[in-house]
Design a protein around this ligand. Structure first.
Ligand SMILES: [Zn+2]
Length: 402
């Protein structure tokens, strides 16, 4: 991993620059100073007006640092410990069991390594979901921007929000928010209270939703393996009124869908559900490699885009993925949806992810953007640079800070 950083204002040259909010620039230049993008444009024009340091990056594609909207670093120690059995609920059972066998030290060590690996993979902003707070310190001292979502699991709804705010810590680098785990693990009242709290502070709200067929059965009929799991864990609430709605329909009914709501997974969704999401301008967060690992299906990305939705990408955790790489997630989406323009997949991995996490300075390279940039060697000079990025995860990612 090569890192390039100069204190003084610098004009960089690159074969391709992808500003994301503007069309790609061939033989481009970008001026970085004091942590921000100052200008971006054609090299031959910028070099006439800029008299400071120049640095030629050569035959590379320059793009903003990638955004991983959804992960759980605190589950990193479970890598390769959970065998997918074809049953989502059995995977949850073994997750609970295995987690209790991992020490705090093992959790911290694995989370630290996973964060470093994400940085090497070109990620510059992460949405971390945790229910212990163990990863807050690691994120705070780490090399990237983050939103820490304190995850809430309480289907009986006996706890109060105050119980979850004790690790609250926000800074320019790390934003604190709350996230209900899923519609089947948080009581409806608590779910609404969390939305009211995040709305009050203009924070993103994240929830796993429509991930498995079992979740659909539970919300439609109040039965099935998830009901059994809740009973097993003494979490079933006999006062729960089965909504008889789809997972997305249920979130709409509770009034928690809006443009600040990140719907993680959104695999089991009907056309009607997709229209509901589009109307609310909610943000689907796709984790295709985790979905494939668990065998729950894949989200209908093409239909989402047809309706004007702006999906983003997450890796989910190392309990259901072998790496936390947004390049790998783009590649998977490209394989399953070859009809979707690679440029859209790159937008999902950068601009739309930063928007979902409410970090407007990240995910693009126009003036005032954060100077956190990647340079990836051009693999095939004649191939569209967006296509190169989604076709193969690059071996060498150069990180540039202004
Ligand atoms: Zn997750």
């Amino acid at each position: 991993m090569q890192v390039i950083s100069f204190r003084e204002p610098t004009l960089y040259r690159a074969k391709f620059i992808l500003p994301l909010k503007e069309p790609l620039i061939e033989d481009g230049g970008i001026i970085l100073a004091q942590g921000e993008v100052i200008r971006v444009g054609r090299w031959r024009e910028l070099k006439k007006v800029f008299s400071g340091r120049r640095y030629d990056l050569g035959e590379v594609i320059v793009l903003p640092a990638l955004v991983n909207v959804h992960t759980h670093l605190e589950l990193s120690a479970l890598k390769w410990r959970l065998i997918p059995s074809g049953s989502f609920v059995n995977w949850v059972r073994s997750l609970i069991r295995q987690r209790s066998e991992v020490s705090v030290e093992q959790t911290q060590k694995a989370a630290y390594k996973a964060l470093q690996d994400m940085w090497k993979e070109g990620i510059g902003l992460v949405g971390e979901v945790g229910n212990t707070g163990i990863t807050i310190g690691i994120l705070h001292d780490g090399p990237m921007q983050a939103v820490f979502f304190r995850e809430i699991i309480d289907f009986k709804g006996t706890s109060s929000l105050k119980d979850f705010l004790q690790h609250q810590h926000s800074s320019t680098k790390l934003l604190f928010s709350l996230a209900p785990h899923a519609p089947y693990t948080v009581s409806p009242l608590l779910l609404q209270a969390i939305k009211i709290w995040t709305k009050r502070y203009h924070l993103p709200f994240s929830i796993h939703v429509a991930e498995s067929p079992e979740e659909v059965v539970f919300l439609q009929e109040g039965k099935g393996p998830l009901r059994l799991l809740l009973e097993e864990r003494k979490q079933w609430n006999p006062r729960f009124r089965v909504p008889r709605l789809s997972p997305i329909g249920y979130l709409k009914h509770l009034g928690v869908l809006d443009r600040d709501t990140i719907c993680v997974h959104t695999v089991h969704v009907s056309q009607n559900d997709l229209e509901t999401l589009a109307e609310a301008q909610a943000r689907p967060c796709l984790c295709p490699r985790s979905n494939t690992y668990l065998g729950v299906g894949l989200p209908p990305l093409d239909k989402m885009l047809d309706l004007g939705l702006k999906p983003c990408i997450g890796t989910d955790s190392l309990a259901s993925n072998d790496k936390l790489s947004i390049f790998a997630e783009m590649e998977t989406l490209h394989r399953f949806f070859p009809q979707i323009a690679p440029q859209i997949l790159v937008k999902m991995a950068t601009l739309w992810g930063a928007e979902a996490l409410k970090r407007p300075q990240m995910g693009h390279l126009v003036p005032k953007a954060k100077a956190e940039i990647l340079a990836v060697p051009v693999a095939a000079p004649k191939v569209d640079p967006y296509e190169q990025l989604v076709c193969m995860a690059p071996k060498n990612v150069i990180r540039i800070y202004g």
